[in-house]
Ligand binder design. Structure first.
Ligand SMILES: *[C@@H]1O[C@H](CO)[C@@H](O)[C@H](O)[C@H]1NC(C)=O
Ligand SMILES: *[C@@H]1O[C@H](CO)[C@@H](O)[C@H](O)[C@H]1NC(C)=O
Length: 288
């Protein structure tokens, strides 16, 4: 057991030093697609040019990330649960860091959307903790700026060469919004590696969410109590309105009766033959 573990550790160390960014949960069904198979290509570079995803490093990245995006694989590691979603998020952050922000060395291919206010505000979240791989999956979300995302995506839409990069950021935003538990996937619509505009799934429509979410979270006891109180309040308002209206009508007819009994002689109006003017009388009436 021990030598096997040591060997696995050595392999892991070797693999991480060679592979750099491309990560997958230990024992995941995606492993062979992620370049971690002894007989497959090692990925050393993040590919940014969309023309470069049909072979080599680009193809491995695409296969690996596509697999991870659909995988609910979880395993126990020394530091807790390790999931494919965790490495999906990490790999996408790494690719965005490299292709958009020129991480780690500010290389020349860094994107023009970085200059100016479009994508720069998301940089801190994407490169969170200098891409340390030992932070929690959603730690970067603390620095994520959801309102900035559409601005960055708009910038990346210009020129038409950044479909994939756009989608990486959309998935990172959806991951922050949904923060799926271990064993659940990030709900997205569309193919990340296509000219599709990928969208995060409406959170209430994700069948993989914990059933508890639907029991209590979305329309739970609190919501039901709230609705009950809301309905009661509405009924009370309607009742109050009716009481006031009926009261006004009663008062008016009472005043009319009073007036006809007194021959319209409500002091000050002089002309007894003028027809009873409801509202005026109401004001001038025995309100005193
Ligand atoms: C992550 O690893 C670095 C060194 O590699 C260490 O300094 C840091 O404390 C670790 N962070 C966590 C959250 O374990
Ligand atoms: C995502 O939303 C945009 C805008 O609403 C839409 O044009 C696009 O087709 C959607 N993508 C998918 C895969 O449904």
């Amino acid at each position: 057991m021990r030598p096997a573990k040591a060997a696995a550790f050595a392999a892991l160390t070797l693999q991480t030093s060679l592979v750099g960014a491309l990560r997958v949960a230990n024992g995941s069904p995606c492993s062979s697609k992620c370049g971690n198979d002894l007989f497959s290509t090692e990925v050393e570079n993040i590919v940014c040019d969309e023309g470069g995803f049909s072979s080599g490093d680009g193809l491995v990245f695409k296969s690996c990330v596509t697999c991870e995006s659909r995988s609910s694989y979880v395993t126990e590691s020394a530091t807790g649960k390790e999931t494919d979603v965790q490495w999906l998020v990490y790999n996408l952050r790494y690719a965005a860091a490299s292709c958009l922000y020129g991480y780690p060395d500010g290389h020349a291919e860094s994107n023009p959307c970085l200059i100016g206010p479009s994508c720069e505000p998301l940089k801190q979240a994407v490169i969170h903790e200098n891409m340390a791989a030992n932070v929690s999956t959603y730690d970067y979300c603390a620095a994520w700026q959801p309102l900035q995302l559409p601005k960055c995506l708009s910038c990346l839409s210009i020129g038409g060469g950044n479909h994939f990069l756009r989608n990486y950021l959309t998935v990172l935003g959806a991951a922050c919004e949904q923060q799926p538990l271990a064993g659940k996937v990030v709900g997205i619509e569309g193919d990340i590696f296509s000219t599709d505009i990928v969208n995060g799934t409406d959170i209430t429509a994700i069948p993989t969410l914990s059933p508890d979410y639907f029991k209590e979270g979305s329309f739970g006891l609190g919501a039901k109590v709230g609705v009950a109180f809301g309905s009661l309040a509405f009924l009370l308002i309607v009742a109050g309105f009716l009481i006031v209206c009926i009261g006004k009508r009663k008062r008016r007819s009472y005043l009319r009766q009073l007036e006809s009994r007194n021959g319209g002689g409500f002091g000050g109006f002089g002309n007894a033959s003028s027809p009873p003017a409801g509202p005026t009388l109401t004001k001038a009436g025995p309100a005193t």
